[in-house]
Design a protein around this ligand. Structure first.
Ligand code: 1PR
Length: 513
């Protein structure tokens, strides 16, 4: 955006700052701990109390309050009266609150000018609510289950619970207004009629399966039931659908609500040895201002020189390179199997550790299930569904067997059992693929999506099989899925994202434009 940024390394940097942006990701306690260790608490409190220009984002807003209850009572900066508490999921609300929601503005003339009627991106499980004591701080609220504080302001001190840096042009304009320089980017003054934000939108996610091709270049590929090679009579080559950063930016421009990168050979090469993938993330996050998720290879590993890396280090590297969420596949299956067998949480699995430090909203579990038909539910110890289309031998039921290593190995656990277990272990969202439907363009497996999204309290992303705009409206009207992810339909340029959204909107499904 053309501004000069300096990272704060000590209290002196805060004293000298002309404007301070405090972006926060992770757990309340981890942030407070880190601020304390770096001796920043007092400098921050003084800076804010002197009414100097401040913008706290997400956790950066939450820390202004008196306390947080994320892992027991932890004291915050105490600038704003009140505390940060968990959303109440007892009425079936999916927590974390992830996605694009509408704002209700409470003050005029602020950094939120121009936001009216538009969606902004939230990702959090904890929030503050308006009380008589903090009312004069409230700049905007939003509704998820109940009303909560979406933005605060007093004088020069601002905070947003949502992520302006991930809210597309709308969000970048908020940052520009706060920084007080330059033109705000061109955007219609008011949201167009019929395209006004009312509530949490259903998300449309573009997915890029990334791997090295036979020449060693990192390319976007796409499988058909997970087979990414073109088979000709003479040879087999990895399908090459384009460059990851170029495609990600064009999907952002087309209106994708999120972009997901799956490093599909990550189970072989650790991401830390896979620097091109980190570079892809860094480059993509310079151009794509919606959330980025990255998956593949998140696990503990020892490199060929005998150096051990924890999964937390692998994830940290992904986050530092620009990921907002990381997605765990194979390693989560092993963790769930162990958990179901022992009934004990060890706290040592990659899923638990990353979720503990970065918060569960930053951890997605990607499931790669394959449908297995059975004559009767009593044949298997896994949850089955009654299928609308019987199996090859007239079977009326099916279970969904989880796989690891990109679908290569079936495991003794069903998608239902896995989803419940990883939710307990700290997953914040489920990316629900389906090997049978992948790349077919015949629609999502609605029976699978319904089974899983009704089983868990965390958001579920339906994936695999989108081929027409109707498939998106079907999955949202027939299941409680929070998002729909697609790859081939967008890569093959069959249907642009904008058209999917127009269609969803006409079908009465809240959509971000
Ligand atoms: O096991 O932690 O290393 O993670 C590996 C990740 O890579 C997992 O998320 C796994 O789903 C993914 N993956 C591994 N192999 C493949 C493959 O295709 N050979 N891709 C693969 C998974 C499925 C979706 C796809 C949708 C939509 N691809 O991501 O994009 O099915 O496709 P469609 O709209 O074209 O039908 P780990």
């Amino acid at each position: 955006m053309g501004f000069h940024i300096k990272d704060v390394t000590g209290p002196k940097d805060i004293e000298k700052a002309t404007r301070l942006i405090f972006p926060g990701v992770g757990s309340f306690w981890a942030a407070v701990d880190s601020l304390k260790n770096r001796g920043l608490i007092e400098a921050l409190r003084e800076y804010v109390q002197e009414d100097r220009p401040f913008l706290g984002i997400c956790l950066g807003l939450q820390l202004l309050f008196e306390y947080g209850e994320e892992t027991g009572y932890v004291e915050g900066l105490g600038v704003i009266p009140g505390g940060i508490k968990r959303f109440d999921e007892s009425s079936g609300l999916k927590v974390p609150h992830i996605g694009w929601n509408a704002l209700h503005l409470k003050q005029d003339a602020s950094i939120l000018d121009g936001v009216k009627g538009r969606h902004v991106y939230f990702v959090h499980s904890y929030r503050a609510v308006e009380t008589p004591e903090n009312k004069d701080w409230v700049l905007a609220t939003s509704t998820y289950g109940t009303d909560f504080i979406a933005a605060v302001r007093k004088g020069n001190v601002h905070g947003t619970q949502f992520h302006p840096e991930k809210s597309g042009v709308t969000g970048l304009n908020i940052i520009r207004r706060f920084l007080g320089g330059g033109q705000v980017a061109k955007q219609a003054e008011e949201a167009e009629p019929g395209k006004t934000a009312v509530q949490l939108a259903k998300r449309v996610i573009a997915c890029l399966d990334v791997r090295t091709n036979d020449r060693g270049d990192l390319v976007v590929t796409k499988g058909d039931q997970y087979d990414v090679r073109e088979h000709t009579e003479t040879r087999e080559v990895v399908r090459n659908l384009g460059k990851p950063v170029d495609l990600a930016s064009s999907y952002y421009m087309d209106g994708a609500d999120e972009v997901t990168f799956l490093n599909i050979t990550g189970f072989r090469n650790s991401p830390l040895g896979d620097l091109p993938m980190l570079e892809v993330l860094r480059k993509a996050s310079e151009k794509v201002f919606v959330p980025l998720t990255v998956g593949g290879g998140i696990k503990d590993f020892t490199d060929k020189d005998g150096r051990y890396y924890s999964s937390l280090e692998v994830a940290a590297e992904y986050f530092r390179s620009g990921a907002d969420k990381i997605s765990i596949g194979s390693d989560a299956v092993y963790a769930a199997e162990e958990y179901i067998k022992s009934g004990q949480k060890t706290g040592n699995t990659s899923l638990e550790q990353i979720s503990y430090v970065y918060g569960n909203q930053a951890v997605v579990v990607s499931i790669d299930p394959r449908k297995v038909f059975v004559k009767s539910p009593s044949e298997v110890p896994y949850k089955t569904v009654k299928v609308a289309r019987p199996g090859p031998n007239g079977e009326q039921f099916a279970w969904y067997q989880c796989t690891v290593n990109g679908g290569r190995e079936g495991r003794p656990i069903g998608a239902f059992e896995l989803a419940k277990a990883v939710e307990e272990l700290g997953a914040g969202e489920i990316l629900l693929n389906c090997i049978d439907c992948d790349g077919r363009g015949e629609g999502f497996d609605l029976e699978l999506v319904k089974l899983i999204s009704e089983a868990v309290k965390i958001p579920v992303i339906a994936s695999s099989g989108a081929g027409t705009v109707d498939h998106f409206s079907d999955v949202f009207s027939e299941t409680p899925a929070s998002a729909a992810l697609a790859a081939g339909i967008f890569h093959r340029k069959e249907v642009p994202i904008a058209l999917v959204k127009e269609h969803m909107s006409r079908a009465g499904i809240e959509t971000r434009f």
